[in-house]
Design a protein around this ligand. Structure first.
Ligand SMILES: [Zn+2]
Length: 410
């Protein structure tokens, strides 16, 4: 929202600057006159602010010069942001693994790092994360103080306002000051955005995957990993902070008095359809001697999802049964989510859906369980599982925060 009038002039300038920067970011290359028109501000106001941004090196003139912008004797170029002018770090802390990445202002991945040291200790996880971030920064010739922002995400109940990881039941992490701890660990005084890791992925899609979302008014991001979450996003909102709910769908009860869940309840979706649950069921079958092929494949240790999918594709009956149950339960849950929220689009990220047959059976179950009176036109898009989707989403949050609060005038 532009605010050109008012008693508090410095604040007015800041509001104008960030609104102009966001307009350039989301629409660039763009003519100054069009920025003025979109924001309802005067051309001189745009020119003054854009000149400040050009001087600061974050915006530059680009492309073909255009006339008709009120300049005498000189044509003006459209302006666009300078991708390499600002850098952002994104970090995802999972426990079993962690990833960090460096993005430029346009969200392009410049460098990424993944660490798979198994570690359930919160402090040790942060230490490992710090080492990754230092490695990335030194390989790119940057210092921590060069960063325009940092984003951190983790599974569980996360308060983005307070920057706290309130609860991660399966790791017994309670009331962790993620923002404060990361700031202290890195000695970073800038802005740190904190979010749940499924929400971060949704933000990443909203900022960096516009081509997938197209004109979707609302979208849901179903993320299946060790847990399951499905944040809903109002895609039409122009600013950051539009997530409706954390979407902790992993704990919706699918079978009253069913299998125990890490939250202490029974019969939760996560107890059937999370990667952790599928792996645990197959491991139990392996111990009962029902899946000799799998035992041979992984030599007695805990199988990975990739190994389970390989056995499923080979036709291993016990693995197939487990995966079918997981996909079926997830399909019923998705139908309930669609019946409730009717998003225009649902993005689905989960290792299970690397196999086409699992995609087909999920959608079949969803369609069978959708409410007949709701004419749902939800579009389903399977997103390829990507090591860096969480870290990239966290960095995207930092970019959004930077665009919201950008202030060159001071
Ligand atoms: Zn639960």
């Amino acid at each position: 929202m532009p605010f050109e009038q008012g008693a508090n002039l410095p604040r007015v300038k800041v509001s104008n600057q960030s609104a102009i920067l966001r307009t350039i970011y989301h629409n660039g290359p763009i003519k100054r006159a069009e920025i003025a028109q979109r924001l309802g501000l005067t051309l001189p106001t745009i020119t003054t602010n854009v000149n400040t941004m050009i001087a600061a090196g974050i915006v530059r003139e680009t492309g073909e010069a255009v006339s008709g912008e009120g300049y005498v004797g000189r044509k003006a170029h459209p302006v666009d942001i300078v991708p390499e002018s600002r850098h952002f770090i994104g970090l995802e802390i999972q426990g079993g693994w962690r990833t960090a990445c460096l993005l430029d202002f346009r969200g392009q991945l410049l460098c990424g790092c993944r660490d798979e040291t198994p570690c359930r200790d919160y402090g040790k996880n942060l230490e490992l994360a710090r080492a990754m971030i230092h490695k990335i920064l030194s390989s790119c010739g940057l210092r921590v103080s060069d960063l325009a922002g940092l984003g951190v995400c983790a599974p569980g109940l996360v308060s983005s306002e307070r920057g706290m990881l309130d609860l991660r039941p399966s790791y017994s992490w309670f009331q962790k000051d993620l923002r404060g701890d990361v700031a202290a660990l890195l000695g970073y005084g800038g802005s740190i955005s904190v979010e749940n890791n499924a929400c971060a992925r949704a933000y990443g899609a909203q900022l960096l995957q516009r081509e997938i979302l197209g004109g979707a008014q609302t979208f849901a991001y179903l993320f299946i990993s060790e847990g399951i979450a499905c944040p809903l996003v109002l895609n039409t909102a122009s600013s950051f902070g539009s997530i409706v709910g954390a979407g902790e769908v992993g704990h919706m009860v699918m079978e009253p008095n069913g299998l125990p869940c890490s939250c202490g309840n029974r019969g939760c979706l996560e107890a059937y359809s999370s990667d952790r649950a599928v792996i645990a069921r197959c491991e139990e079958a392996m111990e009962r001697g029902e899946v000799p092929g799998l035992k041979e494949l992984c030599g007695g240790r805990t199988p990975s999802m990739a190994e389970l999918l390989e056995r499923q594709a080979e036709g291993d009956a016990a693995v197939r049964e487990t995966v079918e149950k997981a996909v079926y339960t997830l399909g019923v849950a998705v139908a309930n989510i669609i019946n409730f929220a009717c998003p225009s689009m649902m993005l689905i990220e989960g290792k299970l859906f690397q196999l086409q047959e699992n995609r087909d059976s999920l959608l079949q179950t969803v369609r069978r369980n959708l409410c007949n009176v709701i004419r749902s036109d939800t579009e389903y898009v399977f997103v390829a599982p990507d090591s860096f989707s969480g870290a990239r989403g966290a960095a995207a949050m930092a970019i959004c925060k930077d665009l919201e609060t950008y202030n060159q005038i001071g």
